[in-house]
Design a protein around this ligand. Structure first.
Ligand code: 4AD
Ligand code: MG
Length: 467
């Protein structure tokens, strides 16, 4: 075979000059044609589009052509020429090598239009579909957009631990980490487990949030963000919850709640703009296939200011809606945690715009949030989005040691577990704020997909940890 280095299909499809000899490698999407000429759609994942390979049947061994079936991996050398078809160019094959065959009787991705449910069962192969190619390229792009946003603003990427002994959110939804022999657990006379001999010498779990450690970092580096996997053993089988999801958590010294809201709004807009600027081919595909208003919605979010509203006002609006005949599954009253249906009513029906809800009742929020003077509410902020509900949760933090310790005690957070966290309030405390964005919720929004299982390569949900 002639020696030419491989070019990615994304580059080939962009080229303006038609170089005579090129080499493309990829997976066959379809092969059609007649006894004289075959057309192969070849995709290598570098972009949504496949490149057309034109094969003059007379020039090739019949045995080789037979092996070129949907799913097979091939290397093609030939001339890149201008195309009469939809694309600018195509390859007229001179040599074809079959790198890996795919038995047509067993390769599961034969026809187009498999359901998303079926594709979840073959999550190891679904990246080969147009849909998951597009979603995964966008997932990458959103990660880059996130780093770009914070880096350019002087934030430092901070790595909080995955294994931890503290429950940041205090919601008791942690996965335990242990090397103890579960078949032979020793309990003391009170029936409690003794962790002294466990790997860490104490009860340890997978983190639900890197916030507490990010706060330590903000109180020294000024502005930081974490971006990593977080884990929640909440048994909620919904299209918006995963047991393992990625979270981005910025934390900024000296920021108060207003600046925290500005940061959250700028941040989401930056990511949305990045998608529109860098992912248009994939976006257009997802728009046409799954959500005809996707691109319009992204542009809308970019152009409009988010509504900012206290929780108390939000509840009034919801109560009025109920009085006017609106039916919700869950009751709404001051003090209730908002359900997704309430959040979506405010965003999609009432304001028709993203909403930042602030100043929630302290009972339904975590111990670390700054307490307002009314004694009832805390300086929390949730960013609520169309189709998603809560996309960001954050707050200004309680910087006063006494207030923080009292609240931790009231909420049953043991002081011995957070002594190091309390030290930030003991030594050089300062106002500071931060928030957490669920990376997969952002992806739901920018891809228009409707189930969170379809925006992460291998979803972890109750009773499901395959692959
Ligand atoms: O509102 P949450 O629980 O806030 C925190 O964890 C804070 N420590 C964040 C902070 O202030 N630094 O979670 C933050 C976001 C939610 O708004 C949601 O987008 C996402 O994380 N999230 C989930 N995403 C997928 N699956 C789940 N089970 C999620 N739980 C939360
Ligand atoms: Mg929340």
């Amino acid at each position: 075979m002639e020696k030419i280095s491989r070019t990615r299909i994304a580059e080939l499809l962009k080229s303006d000059t038609f170089v005579s000899s090129v080499n493309a490698k990829g997976w066959v999407r379809t092969k059609r044609g007649n006894k004289n000429v075959n057309f192969i759609a070849l995709n290598d994942g570098s972009c949504l589009s496949s490149i057309q390979i034109v094969v003059d049947v007379a020039n090739f061994d019949e045995e080789i052509l037979k092996k070129i079936t949907t799913g097979a991996c091939i290397s093609v050398k030939g001339d890149l020429v201008e195309s009469q078809g939809q694309q600018k160019c195509e390859i007229h094959a001179k040599e074809i090598e079959v790198l890996g065959e795919a038995d047509p009787n067993t390769y599961p991705l034969q026809k187009k239009g498999h359901t998303l449910e079926f594709l979840r069962e073959i999550a190891h192969l679904r990246p080969r579909t147009n849909t998951f190619g597009a979603v995964l390229r966008m997932r990458h792009n959103m990660a880059i957009a996130i780093h770009d946003f914070f880096h350019k603003r002087g934030f430092f990427y901070f790595h909080s631990p995955i294994i931890t002994a503290s429950d940041c959110e205090g919601a008791g939804q942690m996965f335990q980490v242990t090397t103890m022999n579960l078949y032979d657990l020793k309990k003391d006379e009170n029936g409690s487990i003794n962790y002294d001999n466990d790997f860490f010498g104490k009860q340890a779990s997978l983190t639900v949030s890197g916030q507490l450690e990010a706060e330590l970092a903000a109180m020294s580096l000024g502005a930081v963000y974490t971006f990593g996997p977080t884990f929640r053993a909440e048994n909620s089988n919904t299209p918006r919850h995963l047991a393992e999801f990625w979270m981005v958590e910025p934390e900024v010294a000296f920021n108060e709640i207003e600046e925290n809201m500005d940061l959250a709004e700028d941040f989401i807009k930056h990511c949305v703009k990045w998608a529109l600027d860098n992912c248009m081919e994939d976006l257009q595909f997802l728009n046409d296939m799954y959500d005809k208003e996707l691109i319009e919605r992204l542009n809308f979010v970019l152009k409009n200011n988010f509504i900012r509203l206290p929780y108390t006002e939000g509840v009034k609006i919801l109560e009025e809606a109920v009085a006017n005949g609106k039916k919700f599954e869950f009751p709404i009253f001051w003090g209730a945690d908002l359900a997704s249906e309430h959040e979506r009513f405010l965003v999609e029906e009432h304001f028709k715009c993203p909403v930042i809800l602030t100043d929630y009742p302290k009972e339904i929020k975590s111990f670390y949030m700054k307490q307002n003077e009314d004694g009832k509410t805390v300086r929390a902020m949730d960013v609520l989005f169309p189709k998603i509900g809560e996309i960001i949760g954050g707050s200004q933090r309680e910087e006063n040691l006494d207030k923080l310790t009292t609240r931790a005690k009231e909420m049953g957070v043991p002081e011995k577990d957070i002594w190091w966290y309390l030290d930030t309030r003991r030594f050089g405390t300062a106002p500071h704020s931060g928030f957490g964005l669920g990376f997969e919720r952002l992806l739901l929004f920018v891809t228009g997909m409707s189930n969170i299982r379809d925006v992460i390569p291998f979803p972890r949900t109750p009773k499901n940890a395959e692959f």
